[in-house]
Design a protein around this ligand. Structure first.
Ligand SMILES: [Zn+2]
Length: 208
């Protein structure tokens, strides 16, 4: 569960893949480094320690512009996002933890684990296909660009913990649900991706 959106100094999210969000504990740590300013806070959420208290921030912005790489690294999550979380054999949509990676040219025949040889498949379809190359996926796999994947992500519903995020994240407002901090940001966001996001943001701020 992540609570605070981190923006670059130009007002766009520091990262869109994954969305640059951090846990409230990290958000408060970042504030004390002086590398961010607070744009929005949770009105009713105050964290108290013996000698201080503070509102938990909902949106932070870096004081200096941070250059972020837009290269897309290969991962199962990025393949599923490219494929719209749809099995490329039966066409059904699944959450990412119910999808597998299928080698279009089978591993046994030298097929590689790369964007241009792998598609999302549900387990039954992956089993049924096995090494049978006559069963073709619905789309030919390709290496997606960063912005293609961002556009894919933005077509999916998203749950955010605070309404102040909406103008910054670039989603159609009709696809955004605002849920209090207990909510899980990103309906399809895998747990591993959330962890990656928090680590990414912390790393970017350290190098700034
Ligand atoms: Zn399937």
């Amino acid at each position: 569960m992540s609570h605070t959106l981190v923006l670059n100094s130009d007002g766009s999210p520091l990262s869109l893949l994954p969305l640059s969000v951090v846990l409230w504990q990290d958000a408060i740590r970042i504030i004390y480094t002086g590398s961010v300013t607070i744009l929005h806070e949770y009105e009713n959420w105050i964290v108290r320690a013996p000698s201080w208290q503070t509102h938990v921030p909902a949106v932070l912005m870096t004081t200096r512009y941070i250059k972020v790489s837009r290269l897309v690294g290969f991962s199962a999550e990025m393949v599923h996002l490219r494929d719209g979380y749809r099995c490329q054999y039966c066409g059904e949509q699944f959450p990412s933890d119910r999808l597998t990676l299928d080698h279009v040219k089978p591993k046994s025949k030298g097929g590689k684990l790369t964007f241009d040889n792998v598609v999302s498949a549900c387990s039954p379809c992956n089993c049924r296909r096995g090494d049978d190359e006559s069963i073709r996926p619905r789309t030919i796999p390709y290496r997606p660009t960063y912005m293609q994947l961002v556009a894919r992500r933005r077509r999916m519903p998203v749950t955010v913990p605070h309404e102040s995020w909406i103008p910054y994240i670039g989603w159609e407002p009709s696809l955004v649900t605002v849920d209090p901090p207990e909510g899980e940001p990103g309906l399809f966001l895998a747990k591993s991706e959330k962890r990656a996001s928090s680590e990414l943001v912390m790393q970017l701020l350290r190098t700034a």
